[in-house]
Design a protein. Structure first.
Length: 416
């Protein structure tokens, strides 16, 4: 139930469901969010006269009184319950969300994440170059490649996101399919999928484009955008993928459906069947967002990558058109307003790379400090946690594009 509240009376712990103006006219990327800190209230006061509060998702009605305390016991529990409800509503699985807790830091997990990338990249290369040609796609062997990624992302979901920025996307060592797989596990972990469902989603994402092996190589590597006729040829990869997967031994039909539906769109404008809304299975709807996002942030022979924050903005602008809005909002919350591996500038003028997300305070990630206030390189790497910093208040002033102030995120190497 929504209640109209003056921005002067907002308090930490409230859930803002609507504004008095379009969301896109404000700096708030996500429509519907918990107020986590005073700086958010300041922004709401700056842009809005009043907002609408969902009193079922946020704190009790007593919070609207001026005498109410600003501390919010059980705030994190309320967030988890809200995600539980969203999972049930979005995916309609009838399953409760699983809560995952990081078991390692990003830096600690990097070696295992690298090894998992290498194994998965070797696997997908073997599949594309040998197994499919010989008609011997072995799903069990694919699982052997998926499991290390799954284990790594469950332990820490930021290590893979960091490594994805460090890799040369034109090289053998990293692949669009592997990135889709890791993004899918990260997204599924965020919304609380159990391990079995995570495995299905990850395997489907790794294999959903295997049909491209049957397309002309010249079409896949051309340096100009495809023509209308070439687009029609490219779209045949869906049917090729489904045919290849259905011939595989012991294939899970959910995996086949991911390949079949990841180019469907929420408004019915997708292909191959023009499915509308929830006619597309939940994993297909998730795969559509993941595939589109990774395509935006990755270079291709005929296009340049765009920064993560711009890609998220583009995805958000397409919500309830090409993609399910509830899923888009969960995906943005998963990636973070400032995604792992992106460059940011602080209010002090310092420049940093986002090292990992703070689950409860998405606007206060952990940072790897790179340049000082005068934009000079720091002599030693230093991890800085915005959420636990108690001295002079520091905030992220803005996102930066790669190579801003001469910083190439791909050349940064973390030191344990």
């Amino acid at each position: 139930m929504d209640r109209k509240v003056s921005t002067a009376n907002l308090k930490i712990g409230m859930y803002v469901s609507k504004l008095d103006r379009p969301w896109m006219q404000t700096p708030f990327l996500i429509q519907g969010f918990f107020i986590e800190e005073e700086s958010q209230i300041g922004k709401l006061v700056e842009y809005c006269e009043y907002v609408y509060i969902d009193i079922e998702m946020g704190e009790k009605a007593e919070m609207y009184l001026d005498t109410a305390p600003t501390s919010v016991p059980g705030f994190q529990v309320k967030q988890r319950l809200a995600v539980n409800r969203q999972l049930e509503n979005i995916l309609n699985t009838g399953k409760k969300a699983v809560t995952y807790i990081d078991q390692k830091s990003t830096i600690q997990e990097l070696p295992d994440a690298r090894a998992a990338i290498d194994k998965a990249s070797s696997c997908i290369t073997r599949i594309m170059e040998k197994d499919i040609v010989n008609g011997k796609l072995d799903v069990a062997k694919v699982r052997e490649a998926v499991d290390p990624i799954l284990d790594s992302v469950i332990r820490n979901s930021d290590a893979f996101m960091w490594l994805s920025k460090m890799q040369d996307h034109d090289s053998y060592s990293y692949d669009h399919s592997v990135q889709n797989c890791a993004l899918g596990i990260t997204f599924g972990r965020h919304i609380g999928l159990n391990r079995k469902d995570l495995t299905t989603l990850a395997t489907g994402l790794l294999l959903m484009d295997v049909g491209k092996v049957k397309l002309p190589k010249a079409l896949l590597t051309k340096t100009t955008p495809p023509s209308k006729d070439e687009v029609a040829i490219m779209r045949k990869h869906v049917a090729f993928s489904v045919d290849i997967l259905r011939k595989a031994k012991d294939i899970n039909e959910h995996i086949v459906n991911i390949a079949l539906t990841h180019h469907e769109r929420y408004d019915g404008s997708g292909y191959p069947n023009g499915l509308v809304g929830t006619q597309t299975p939940a994993f297909g709807r998730m795969a559509a967002i993941i595939d589109c996002y990774d395509s935006m942030i990755s270079s291709a022979p005929y296009k340049q990558a765009i920064p993560e924050h711009k890609a998220l903005q583009n995805i958000y602008n397409l919500s309830d058109k090409l993609f399910q809005k509830d899923l888009v909002e969960q995906f943005i919350q998963c990636m973070g307003v400032y995604p792992t591996g992106s460059l940011v500038e602080l209010t002090s003028g310092s420049v940093a790379a986002v090292l990992s997300q703070n689950t409860e305070q998405k606007i206060k990630p952990r940072l790897l400090m790179l340049l000082d206030e005068k934009k000079q390189p720091l002599k030693k790497q230093r991890v800085f946690d915005l959420a636990t910093h108690k001295k002079t208040p520091l905030f992220i002033a803005k996102s930066l594009e790669n190579n801003a102030y001469g910083v190439d995120i791909r050349k940064i190497r973390l030191k344990a």
